[in-house]
Design a binder for this molecule. Structure first.
Ligand code: ATP
Ligand code: MG
Length: 217
C-alpha cells in the first residue's frame, strides 16, 4: 500500500489533476465526506487527509509514504525538527510568496534604516527570524496561528510575515506588501525509508507525477 498525505483545500484541489494524469482517481470528495482515509482507483494507493502543517510530520514518521506540502510548511518544519524527508519534485501548484507586510502609512524603510526593533507577527517564526537576521534587522517575534492581518491593525505588531498570492486580503485590511522573502510552491516529499522499502512502486508513481508535470508545461 502507498499512502499519500494531502491537506484539504488548495493542495488537494491542485494535486487532483496531477493524480488524474498519473491514472489515479480519488474516490471521494473530502469537502463532502468526513472520511480521513480515501481510496483511489488504484487498490494499492490511498490518500490520507491531514492539516497542511502536519504533512511533513506524517511523512517524516512514516504515517504516509509521500505527501504534498508548501515550501513554507516544509522549511518551517525543517527548522523546527530537522529534515527527515526528501523533497522530490516541485509540483508548481499552490503558488504564492512569503512576504513582509505592514499597515498602510507605516514607514517600514525608516524602521529598518534606523535599526529600531520591529515587532513581527507570524505563523512562520523560524523563516521570519532567519530572514530578518540575514538583513541585520532586530525583531521581536509574536507567534500566531491565523488571521495574521489583524496584528498590525490592533497594535499587536508592526509587521506580519505571511503568504500572499493576489494581495487582495492585504488590501482589504489596509496592509501593504513591503518585501518578498521567497517564492512558494508545493513540493512532493517522500519518507526515505519508504523509498528504500517500496522503491519500485514509489518510483513509478513519482515518474508518473513527473510526466504529468511535463505534459502540463
Ligand atoms: P491549516 O489549515 O493547517 O492552518 P493552511 O491554512 O496554511 O493550513 P491552506 O490555506 O490550505 O492551509 O494552505 C496550504 C498551502 O497552500 C500553504 O502552505 C501554501 O504553501 C499554499 N498557500 C497558502 N495560501 C495561499 C494562497 N493565498 N495562494 C496560493 N497558495 C497558498
Ligand atoms: Mg489558509
Amino acid at each position: 500500500m502507498i499512502t499519500l498525505a494531502l491537506s484539504k483545500g488548495r493542495i488537494f484541489e491542485d494535486t487532483l489533476p496531477l493524480l488524474r494524469a498519473a491514472g489515479i482517481e480519488v474516490l471521494e470528495d473530502p469537502e463532502k465526506s468526513r472520511k480521513l482515509i480515501i481510496g483511489t482507483s488504484r487498490p494499492d494507493v490511498r490518500v490520507v487527509l491531514v492539516r497542511a502543517s502536519d504533512v511533513p510530520t506524517y511523512v517524516q514518521h512514516g504515517g504516509a509514504d509521500l505527501g504534498v506540502a508548501g515550501l513554507d510548511v516544509l522549511l518551517e518544519a525543517a527548522a523546527d525538527h530537522g529534515g527527515g524527508l526528501y523533497r522530490l519534485l516541485d509540483l508548481g501548484i499552490a503558488r504564492c510568496r512569503l512576504s513582509v507586510a505592514v499597515r498602510e502609512g507605516y514607514d517600514y524603510a525608516a524602521t529598518v534604516k534606523q535599526g529600531s526593533r520591529l515587532k513581527v507577527a507570524t505563523k512562520y517564526t523560524h523563516l521570519a527570524r532567519q530572514f530578518f537576521a540575514s538583513k541585520g534587522v532586530h525583531v521581536d517575534l509574536v507567534k500566531l496561528y491565523g488571521s495574521m492581518e489583524l496584528a498590525p491593525l490592533t497594535g499587536l505588531a508592526d509587521a506580519i510575515v505571511d503568504l500572499v498570492s493576489t494581495g487582495s486580503t492585504l488590501k482589504a485590511n489596509h496592509l501593504v506588501e513591503v518585501e518578498k522573502i521567497m517564492d512558494i510552491s508545493a513540493r512532493l516529499v517522500v519518507n526515505p525509508a519508504a523509498l528504500k522499502l517500496k522503491r519500485e512502486p514509489l518510483r513509478a508513481l513519482v515518474e508518473a507525477f513527473e510526466a504529468a508535470l511535463g505534459a502540463q508545461a
